[in-house]
Design a protein around this ligand. Structure first.
Ligand code: UDP
Length: 329
């Protein structure tokens, strides 16, 4: 089986590539390396450097290989940036995904696993969040992902393209000797670890007046390994059952920002100074997944708790203080 992995040099994509290779899938990565790191890829993965806006190159890629399915990780992921520069997000996340879907249909590749997000749900009207919970994204990033889910549904109805959309909650952690290296980094756990590394003086807590147990936002943190294990299960299901579906993908446990900082203090033995700061716009107070559906239908079970997530990320950051500039392979 040969899988095209778009964005395969990125944080989650590169972990997925390693797992796919372990399971003996052949892997071709298509990545423009704007945010991805070629150093995150092992030699067995073929890397094609290209952009999803390049329709000709995409078509050629599909003609040169016989792909059985696509895993589509490529996309911009920063909520704040999406509000300031929506054009960039609509172009890359929506228009470029449309290019990919057209290339797939034109070349008769009709199976795709799509990286969706909890940001679809905006300020959710129920917790934990189920697949059918109302979807009203409150930022451009979330809207681009919702639009893509809608495109997928329409492509299924019209062209028989089958998809599984996985709505990620807060992915973190590290595995396979690779890790999370975004520039700039905006995510809570890596930023906290940068404080522990001495790269930042303090962590800013965005909002301490939410209606939660300690006033800070609650999120559902999922280990990247659990996340990619779900991708492999979804891929197997898609290849055998040929049915489109949506799954929420989180651990089902909510932790506040303060609890994350406290856990990181224990693991790193660093005091990690924290500064109360104002709310970040577009942050819902609580986002926790109900992942019963994927557990029941695909037999997925998260294996890693919060400590394991932070520990694995800490190991990687300690061993790679400059991220992928260290050139590991
Ligand atoms: N957060 C914070 N300080 C930071 C970065 C994030 O307090 O420097 C908070 C953020 O407001 C949210 C939570 O940590 O409540 C997780 O944010 P992150 O950006 O990691 O993921 P998101 O939930 O936005 O996908």
């Amino acid at each position: 089986m040969k899988i095209l992995v778009t964005g395969g040099a990125g944080y989650i994509g590169s972990h997925a590539v390693r797992r796919l290779l372990q399971y003996n899938y052949k892997v071709v990565v298509y990545d423009n390396l704007v945010n991805g790191h070629k150093e995150s890829l092992p030699a067995e993965a073929e890397l094609v450097v290209g952009d999803l806006n390049d329709k000709e190159k995409l078509d050629k890629l599909f003609k040169e290989h016989e792909f059985d399915a696509v895993m589509h990780f490529a996309g911009f992921i920063e909520v704040g940036e999406s509000m300031k520069n929506p054009a960039k997000y609509y172009k890359n996340n929506v228009v470029n995904t449309l290019n990919l879907l057209e290339a797939m249909v034109n070349n008769n590749v009709k199976k795709i696993i799509f990286s969706s997000t909890a940001a679809l749900f905006g300020y959710p009207d129920e917790i934990p969040i189920k697949e059918e919970t109302k979807k009203e994204p409150v930022n451009v990033y979330g809207r681009t992902k919702l639009m893509t889910e809608q495109m997928l549904k329409d492509f299924d109805a019209a062209y028989g393209l089958k998809f599984i959309a996985l709505r990620y909650f807060n992915a973190s952690g590290a595995d396979f000797g690779i890790g999370e290296d975004h520039n700039p980094e905006t995510h809570l756990i890596p930023i906290i670890l940068q404080v522990a590394m001495g790269k930042r003086k303090a962590i800013k807590i965005f909002g301490t007046d939410y209606l939660t147990k300690d006033g800070t936002c609650i999120r559902d943190y999922i280990h990247v390994t659990d996340l990619i294990n779900a991708h492999v299960l979804a891929l197997k299901k898609l290849l055998s059952a040929n049915e489109s579906n949506y799954y929420n993908l989180g651990n089902g446990n909510g932790y506040s920002v303060k609890e994350i900082i406290e856990a990181a203090r224990e693991i790193t033995s660093h005091p990690i100074p924290a500064i109360k700061s104002k709310r970040r716009s577009g942050d819902p107070a609580v986002l926790v997944a109900d992942s019963t559906k994927i557990q029941k239908e695909l037999g997925w079970k998260p294996k890693y708790d919060l400590k394991a997530i932070i520990k694995s990320a800490w190991e990687w950051h300690k061993n790679n203080p400059s991220g992928f500039e260290e050139n590991i392979n």
